[in-house]
Design a protein around this ligand. Structure first.
Ligand SMILES: Nc1ncnc2c1ncn2[C@@H]1O[C@H](COP(=O)(O)OP(=O)(O)O)[C@@H](O)[C@H]1O
Ligand SMILES: [Mg+2]
Length: 428
């Protein structure tokens, strides 16, 4: 058992790609941390540096109290499971699982020097560990088979079993479920979680799949371009995403984003949907509308074509100094309702396509300025009468909306200071 600690860890590959950029991350003993992010964001590189398969360009990596930057992989006391299971094809499941232990506990020369009784007792110990791991993973009946006689899911369980029997200080998983079909991914995921609940071995798990991250992690570390965007519990990441990237990456279908500006209309703070036409220094000539967004140096295309939404009281203080500026409204698909609810605001949208999912349905819609709006609603009630290619009124749950600064990683402006998440390194 061990905690894992990364301090200002950077990886620049030969050729100059900065794959990981000064990340700080402390993973507690027994914690299950998931690194999640789009392909190429530096997840595998981070994991491989912990494993010792890549050398960190700078920074400090600790496993337990030991700095391991210069420790070879085999001496780091970790076990890694990859996407491709990398089993030995000529060995049985049992031999595959026992192999690493046998190498460690009775290396070739040593085994010849051992007293036969001693060798027998080591072998018995190994057999007991393999048996226990096989039971935990429900592969006891497969121990005599060769890998080619196993399904993908079974092979991956053998790979996990091989890691378990070594009783390492930490498990490292790199997209271990990516080769499995959807159903098997879900069941194997639940199994991994159960294994962790039993063994409590510190685990770092890499995936590009936000659902896998949400379901498995004690904590999710969302990465983009080699930089940690947020390290938080799954629910905090979902409910209080620190920026637009995290908000858009975690949650499926993804959060809807609407470009626009904040205005004061009739004494009320209002979000007005609109796209930026140009950044102007001052109000355009002849524009005398006192409340126009143009006043603050921005102009929206198609003025009056977008929807308006009254900003709820709870956010007005936080947004006061953003009035007249560009801002991005974020609404999750599940927070758009067909029925009227308390503290909601109606917006009119054009419904294009309905995707039934059974209990729920996804509605694909557009506003005048945004053709990628999705709502997830219950399939019963008003939803039953919906038709594609029609106008509908949706009620936005104002208790759940977010506002972001413009840009891909624009900061979430709607988190009150009490809500905002701790930076990862403060959690150690
Ligand atoms: N051996 C390598 N040499 C050069 N660049 C690499 C190498 N491995 C990965 N990269 C680059 O580093 C970045 C991060 O890669 P990686 O850590 O594999 O991302 P992820 O696992 O999140 O998909 C990518 O831009 C990738 O192309
Ligand atoms: Mg990868």
């Amino acid at each position: 058992m061990a905690h894992v600690h990364l301090e200002k860890v950077t990886k620049v590959y030969p050729g100059g790609v900065k794959a990981v950029d000064a990340i700080d991350l402390s993973i507690a003993d027994r914690e299950f941390v998931v690194l999640v992010g789009p392909s190429g964001c530096g997840k595998s590189t981070t994991l491989r540096m912990v494993a010792g398969l890549e050398e960190a360009t700078s920074g400090v990596i600790k496993i337990g109290e030991r700095v391991v930057n210069d420790v070879p992989p085999k001496d780091r006391d970790i076990a890694m499971v990859f996407q491709n299971y990398a089993l030995y094809p000529h060995m049985t499941v049992y031999q595959n699982m026992a192999f690493g232990l046998t190498l460690r506990e009775m290396p070739g020369l040593l085994s010849r020097l051992l007293h036969p009784g001693e060798a027998r007792s080591i072998k018995k110990g190994i057999a007991a560990k393999v048996k226990r791991a096989a039971e935990m993973l429900e592969i006891s009946h497969l121990l005599d088979r060769k890998p080619k006689a196993l399904s993908g899911g079974q092979r991956q369980r053998v790979a996990v079993g091989r890691a378990i029997v070594r009783e390492p200080a930490a498990f490292l998983f790199d997209e271990p479920l990516s080769n499995l079909d959807a159903k098997l991914r879900v069941t194997t995921r639940a199994e991994l979680k159960r294994v962790h609940q039993r063994l409590r071995t510190t685990t770092i798990y890499v995936t590009h799949d936000q659902e896998e991250a949400m379901t498995l992690g004690d904590r999710i570390v969302a990465m983009k371009d080699g930089v940690i965007q947020q390290a938080d519990t799954p629910l905090a990441t979902y409910n209080q995403p620190r920026n637009r990237f995290v908000a858009g990456f975690i949650g499926m279908p993804p959060m809807n984003f609407f470009e626009g500006a904040l205005r004061i209309i009739g004494g009320e703070m209002v979000f007005e949907e609109g796209k930026l036409l140009s950044n102007k220094v001052g109000p355009p000539d002849g524009d005398s509308r006192p409340e126009s967004t143009a006043q603050a140096g921005i102009e929206l295309t198609l003025p009056g074509k977008g929807f308006r939404l009254v900003v709820p009281m709870r956010l007005r203080d936080a947004l006061a100094d953003r009035v007249g500026q560009r801002i991005v409204l974020g609404i999750r698909p599940e927070h758009l309702h067909l029925e009227a609810i308390v503290e909601s605001c109606p917006i009119e949208v054009k419904l294009n396509v309905i995707e039934p999912l059974g209990n729920d349905m996804d509605l694909y819609m557009e506003t005048n300025l945004n053709d990628r709006v999705v709502a997830r609603v219950e399939a019963s009630g008003r939803a039953a009468g919906l038709r594609g290619d029609s106008q509908v009124i949706l009620n936005v749950d104002l208790r759940k909306i977010h506002f972001f600064e413009p840009g891909d990683t624009g900061m979430n402006l709607s988190l009150s200071s009490g809500f905002s998440s701790e930076p990862a390194h403060a959690l150690a």
